[in-house]
Ligand binder design. Sequence first.
Ligand SMILES: NC(=O)c1ccc[n+]([C@@H]2O[C@H](COP(=O)([O-])OP(=O)(O)OC[C@H]3O[C@@H](n4cnc5c(N)ncnc54)[C@H](OP(=O)(O)O)[C@@H]3O)[C@@H](O)[C@H]2O)c1
Length: 284
Amino acid sequence: MNSINKSYTLITGASEGLGKALAIECASRGMNLILVALPGIELHQLSSYIRREYKVLVYEFGLNLTIEESRHFLWEKVMENNLPVTMLINNAGIGNTYDFDECDFEIYQCQIQLNVMATVHITHLFLPELKKHPRSFILNVSSLCVFFYLPKKQVYGATKSFIYFFSKSLRKELKKYKISVTVLCPGGMNSNPSFYLLHRSGSWITQAAAMDPEDVAGIAIKDLIRGKERIIPGKWNRFFLWLDTMLPGWLKTKITDRQMKRLTKLKTDQLLKGIILNDNKEAA
Ligand SMILES: NC(=O)c1ccc[n+]([C@@H]2O[C@H](COP(=O)([O-])OP(=O)(O)OC[C@H]3O[C@@H](n4cnc5c(N)ncnc54)[C@H](OP(=O)(O)O)[C@@H]3O)[C@@H](O)[C@H]2O)c1
């Protein structure tokens, strides 16, 4: 067993989509897991499946990470159980595709709490643990949208830009501790039925570029272990970035505006679920 096999990989937002695919990818490489998602049967089913199929150790935590105390609780439990964490994957995140004034403020609050605050807080809590090991890794999930200023993605895009800057800057700082920080910038992924429908409602370019989370996860873990600074999975997504450097600004704006107009509004089930959980906690 190498040091990765003896240690744990902590993945947030692990019950479905990219997080689930990352969990399975890590388990297939013999890594033990700490999986976190909102409370629900999916996380439990996934943990049981992984234990059975891959014979690795799995801890599961059903927690709402928009709540500060939940993040503390997670850290306390991991410390109590003396789980050596050498890989931290901040994947939990929620997006939406609405005009700014179409969404309630609570939606944005929840999005910022999860996409930004949870990533910063969990990284801060687990950094001393990551520093203890000869080699550790942090993977932060941003988005390809940070390179384009898209309408209907104002707050989401800003949260992901934060993650991009945070990761690139932190990477420089943590190099001396042999902690490799990587930022993943996926384009559209068919990570759940809502996203599948969203991408289907787009143009042929959107449909062709949308990737399966399993493919993104495979690329992400391989490149994370290699210590890559930035991962842009998929040749279409890299082509879009290249095109962005070639086209004049007015044409880029015209193209992106047209693409975004075609997309149907993504119903923010996840956001609402998070807010309802928050409300219940406050009411309790
Ligand atoms: N899908 C795309 O097209 C796309 C593109 C670029 C970047 N990304 C980014 O990739 C990451 C994963 O996206 P995805 O599409 O795979 O997401 P997803 O399918 O919606 O899954 C989100 C995961 O996060 C968990 N989660 C949601 N709210 C939470 C909360 N308050 N506390 C704890 N866990 C919570 C969910 O748990 P439950 O299921 O148990 O509720 C689920 O496991 C996100 O950071 C997203 O911004 C996605």
